[in-house]
Design a protein around this ligand. Structure first.
Ligand SMILES: [Zn+2]
Length: 195
């Protein structure tokens, strides 16, 4: 991790928009990144940098590219499972959270850890299919920015191009949801958009 104080995490403060020559370091914050390996949710502890804006004195977190702000799962994991749902015409949300027909599970030691309200594993320690639905909804709505500094980044793909992509009709019942799915696919990295 880069601990150089002169490193500027972004060009403008996400709160006040100021563009100081440098932001002030404001320590680190521990985070746990979740991903799916061999059908099991695995957790990797790490830390992210905090920065303080000299103009408004507010602090913000600098997430690495591997993380999506506000999401506990790694960016790669979110992309991978979203792609799995989108590219296979027969894939359902419930099948997306399975590997080799077996539901993706949390480690047994994780069962009591339901404090995040993120997964529906109060009753059963498996990755909830609604989590995939939420990821796709957020990706389609461009609500999963890579960094607080790039929240307002321009869309990567014009919707016209997204519209031209093939999408199985069984995956949506409304035009609005279809648009979300198309925008989600457009939001995936190029290597994940096509089969
Ligand atoms: Zn500021």
């Amino acid at each position: 991790m880069d601990n150089n104080d002169s490193h500027t995490p972004c060009v403008a403060c996400p709160y006040c928009g100021a563009s100081p020559l440098r932001f002030l370091r404001d320590g680190t914050r521990g985070v746990v990144s979740r991903t799916v390996e061999h059908g099991i949710v695995s957790k990797t502890p790490g830390s992210v940098l905090r920065w303080k804006c000299p103009a408004c004195r507010r602090s913000f977190t600098q997430y690495p590219d591997s993380r999506v702000p506000g999401q506990r799962f790694s960016r790669e994991c979110i992309y991978k499972l979203s792609e799995r749902y989108l590219k296979d015409h027969t894939m359902t949300y419930r099948r997306t959270v399975c590997e080799d027909g077996i539901p993706i599970a949390y480690p047994e030691t994780d069962q009591g850890n339901s404090g995040d309200g993120d997964e529906d594993y109060a009753d059963t320690p498996i990755l909830a299919h609604t989590t995939i639905y939420r990821w796709i909804t957020a990706l389609g709505a461009k609500q999963l920015p890579s960094d607080p500094c790039t929240t307002d980044a321009e869309p990567k793909q014009p919707s016209e191009k997204a519209e031209s992509m093939d999408l199985p009709t069984r995956k949506y019942r409304s035009a609005a949801r279809k648009d979300v799915l198309l925008q989600c696919r457009a939001a995936l990295p190029p290597r994940r958009r096509k089969e």
